[in-house]
Design a protein around this ligand. Structure first.
Ligand code: NAD
Ligand code: DAU
Length: 351
């Protein structure tokens, strides 16, 4: 099987690529990535020489390129993760999100349809990786997002992901495209780009700089270790029913301030600082515009039907994450200085 994984140089994509390249040596894995600011080939150094792995640098917003790639490579499946993924960026530059998340997804759907429809779609699958943010925002309380929750996106990011989900389902109903979808909660773990809360806070703590907490820090997110998201994607890809959607979450809700307290204490302990030292860096800042109050995912469908469950508790996952950042200071420094973007040039100049 030849699988195009889009966005494979990003945070979650790199964990999915690694899992598939190592677990399924019989598969050919093509990583289609534009290497935007969020794409980092250093994430994939350990698998970049594997015989069943290839990088294709390219932009999913370019329909001609995508069509030519599909015609040339004749993939059997797509696992689509490439996206603009940061809510704050979507507030300042919404059009970039429409282009990549909506148009880019439609270009991939078109190319897959053109290649697969004449073959009757036999053995083909288009798997779209999406977010819980499409469901909107919950109040404090017991309610959770299920696969039947109505869509109610409220940021340019979540609106663009909701639109892409609708297009994927439209290709299923209109053109009989064999699709699968999953909507996941907040991921954390190694290789997380330090514009997102957890790696940003780790970086700030390491440098003794202020940790910006939006508003009162009361907003709640449901956190899942990124490697557990990768195993969930593996489960949906191989065992999920065509046409179905699966919610993926950690059953692990944390108010931002409580999470930052735990992170500060974990770092203090691991770096031999007195407990309470890093908490002094917390700084309450102006809230995010339209800040969704709470996300919570009901994962019972994927757990009951596909037998998936998270492998680590939050305390374990956060400990592993902090250890990784402490051991990979060069990765973090290269990302924050922009040096990681030289890697492609150096690595591929002679190829
Ligand atoms: P990321 O921002 O870390 O990585 C995105 C990747 O897509 C990068 O490698 C980037 O270079 C690539 N890319 C961006 N625009 C492209 C384009 N036009 N053409 C080709 N490649 C392009 O994102 P992430 O956090 O790893 O998220 C991956 C997917 O999972 C996204 O679709 C996101 O919506 C979804 N998701 C993320 C989370 C989360 O907590 N991070 C949770 C649920 C779902
Ligand atoms: O729920 C899934 C989504 O989780 C994904 O679809 C997105 O791609 C991913 O970026 C993430 O979105 P969030 O907006 O929840 O993640 P972020 O890390 O940006 O913010 C987490 C929470 O922390 C949120 O309530 C905003 C807050 N925050 C964030 C930053 C960057 C702060 O308080 N301070 C900050 O500096």
């Amino acid at each position: 099987m030849k699988i195009i994984i889009t966005g494979g140089a990003g945070f979650i994509g790199s964990h999915v690529v690694r899992l598939f390249v190592t677990k399924y040596p019989e598969y050919q894995i093509l990583n289609l990535d534009a290497l935007t600011y969020a794409g980092n080939l250093e994430n994939l150094r350990d698998v970049e020489s594997a015989p069943n792995y290839r990088l294709v640098k390219g932009d999913i917003t370019d329909q001609a390129f995508v069509d030519e790639l599909f015609a040339r490579e004749e993939p059997d499946a797509v696992i689509h993760l490439a996206a603009e993924s940061h809510v704050d960026r979507s507030i300042t530059d919404p059009l970039a999100f429409v282009k990549t998340n909506v148009l880019g997804t439609v270009h991939l759907l078109n190319a897959a349809k053109n290649l697969w429809k004449p073959l009757g779609y036999e053995g083909k699958v288009f798997y779209h990786v999406s977010t819980d943010e499409v469901y909107g925002s919950l109040d404090f309380g017991p309610e959770m997002f299920t696969e039947d929750t109505s869509y109610d996106p409220r940021s340019p990011y979540s609106a663009s992901k909701a639109a892409s989900d609708h297009f994927v389902r439209a290709w299923h109903h209109t053109y009989h495209m064999p699709i699968k979808l999953s909507n996941c909660s907040n991921n954390y773990g190694p290789n997380h780009f330090p514009e997102k809360l957890i790696p940003l806070a780790i970086h700030r703590i390491q440098h003794g700089e202020a940790i910006p907490v939006y508003g009162k820090g009361e907003n709640v997110r449901d956190w899942l270790f990124v490697k557990d998201h990768a195993t969930a994607i593996d489960a949906v890809f191989h065992k999920g029913t065509v046409g179905e959607t699966y919610n993926i979450g950690g059953v692990n809700e944390w108010a931002n301030l409580e999470l930052i307290h735990l992170l500060c204490d974990t770092l203090d302990e691991k770096t031999g600082k007195e407990k309470g030292t890093s908490r002094q860096l917390i700084k309450f800042v102006t809230d995010r515009a339209g800040h969704d109050l709470r996300y919570a995912i009901d994962s019972s469908k994927i757990m009951n039907e596909l037998g998936w469950k998270p492998s680590v508790t939050f305390e374990q996952g956060l400990g592993l994450t902090v250890d990784w950042y402490l051991e990979n200071e060069t990765w973090l420094n290269n990302v924050t200085s922009g040096a990681y973007q030289d890697y492609y040039q150096k690595q591929y100049a002679q190829r």
